[in-house]
Design a protein around this ligand. Structure first.
Ligand code: AMP
Length: 208
């Protein structure tokens, strides 16, 4: 079964997504990363997309449609773990037309905890993997990239992103509830291993 990951900012969804993909052999589709890649191409449209990304605005739906369709067509075998799409009711309608067969896993985190975690986070600038505060090294031991703090990891930006999340995504949860779509809420306030235990329980015992 395809899985759609919905998360509050700073719920370390990237780490959880990677664990899901590894343990259960899912392909991982991350809309933000696809758009970042697209924005680096030498195309006029890419330069426009870059501006949306820099302002944390949602890029026009038509492009997300094209990216999604292309990914589906090139990943016909196995299941896909989706992240970062849909982020609005319009995108949900579009997503349902392309990928109808999915359940939702919602990584729920209180806003205060999200903002607290902000000050902890360092990432690998190439893989975007997040590192815990008790991680003592300056580099990622796998890639040897020096860990950095993301330029947009500041309280103002995180508040804006959390608010955008509430505005755009909570209505989706309400819609899924009315459609009887299976939505599993995970307490993402726990540590990485405990959060993954909850997710594993859903995938192994609930969805199949
Ligand atoms: P993320 O890495 O998921 O935080 O996404 C980074 C940026 O990519 C967002 O601020 C948006 O500009 C863009 N983006 C990500 N997902 C979408 C989406 N589903 N629709 C439109 N724009 C998106």
């Amino acid at each position: 079964m395809n899985i759609l990951l919905v998360w509050i900012q700073w719920s370390w969804k990237w780490t959880q997504a990677r664990k899901i993909a590894e343990m259960f052999s899912y392909s991982f589709f991350e809309m933000g990363q696809k758009l970042r890649n697209f924005s680096e191409l030498d195309l006029a449209e890419s330069r426009e997309v870059k501006q949306y990304l820099e302002q944390w605005k949602l890029v026009p739906i038509e492009l997300t449609w094209r990216i999604l369709v292309h990914y589906k067509e090139t990943h016909k075998d196995g299941f896909i773990l989706f992240d970062g799409i849909p982020r609005s009711v319009d995108q949900k309608d579009m997503f349902d037309m392309i990928i109808n067969d999915y359940i939702v896993i919602f990584l729920d985190l209180k806003k205060d905890e999200a903002i607290k975690r902000l000050s902890w986070r360092r990432i690998d600038p190439e893989t975007w993997e997040s590192f815990w505060p008790d991680f003592e090294w300056e580099t990622n031991p796998i890639t040897w990239n020096k860990l950095i703090t993301r330029a947009d990891d500041n309280p103002e930006a995180v508040c804006k992103r959390v608010e955008t999340f509430y505005q755009n995504t909570l209505p989706l949860l309400a819609l899924w509830a009315t459609e009887w779509r299976k939505v599993y809420t995970i307490d993402a306030g726990e540590n990485v291993d405990k959060v993954f235990e909850q997710i594993k329980d859903v995938i192994q015992n609930k969805i199949y």
